[in-house]
Write a protein that binds this ligand. Structure first.
Ligand SMILES: Cc1cc2nc3c(=O)[nH]c(=O)nc-3n(C[C@H](O)[C@H](O)[C@H](O)COP(=O)(O)OP(=O)(O)OC[C@H]3O[C@@H](n4cnc5c(N)ncnc54)[C@H](O)[C@@H]3O)c2cc1C
Length: 153
């Protein structure tokens, strides 16, 4: 282990635009912090909705939520410090209540306009002068009647 004291590097070029990958519970709070810090931040999400894992039947095909799922961390332990979970919810809320909470959070802090839904981040590559190049793909709209359908596998 190194004993040399570390000093934070000061970036030579101020960061002005930031990409957040995903609009799950982590992405939305990152987006909030970045926009509050005055940065131009955009979150890209494969899905057409907020909530990531907690959006049951998420069309991104990545949610492991199931009908009987509820939080195993308590409401007070789980909630964002600046946006309490609805006190009318049980101590260990259901998956749909948690998904609602994340949507309420996004609406309360005006995050939706900063999220580009149905957009996949394909590649992130560091650039020689600093910063990153982010390659994205806009996904086609789902076939009618398939949106929100349970995913296989
Ligand atoms: C069954 C289950 C129960 C759980 N229970 C709890 C619990 O009780 N308490 C707890 O604290 N945690 C629990 N977890 C952990 C859970 O992962 C977190 O609660 C939370 O969902 C993590 O949020 P996240 O935003 O990091 O990821 P996610 O919720 O997975 O969101 C990731 C988002 O990124 C998007 N994304 C992914 N790749 C790309 C890409 N290439 N381009 C664009 N978008 C992309 C996805 O579409 C998704 O919306 C549980 C997890 C599971 C599976």
């Amino acid at each position: 282990m190194s004993t040399t004291p570390r000093t934070a590097k000061t970036p030579t070029t101020p960061v002005r635009t930031v990409t957040v990958i995903g609009a799950g519970s982590s992405g939305i709070t990152a987006l909030k912090a970045l926009t509050e810090a005055g940065l131009t931040a955009t979150a890209f999400d494969l899905s057409d909705q907020i909530g990531g894992n907690w959006a049951i039947h998420n069309p991104n095909g990545m949610s492991a939520a199931y009908e009987t799922l509820f939080m195993h961390t308590s409401r007070e332990r789980m909630q964002y410090s600046d946006f309490p979970i609805n006190p009318a919810y049980p101590d260990f809320p259901r998956h749909d209540q948690i998904a609602q909470h994340f949507n309420d959070y996004a609406d309360h802090f005006g995050l939706r306009p900063h999220i580009r839904f149905r957009t996949r981040v394909d590649h992130v590559s560091p650039q020689p002068g600093g910063g990153f190049q982010v390659t994205t793909t806009a996904l086609p709209d789902p076939a009618p009647g398939t949106e929100g359908a349970p995913q296989d596998g």
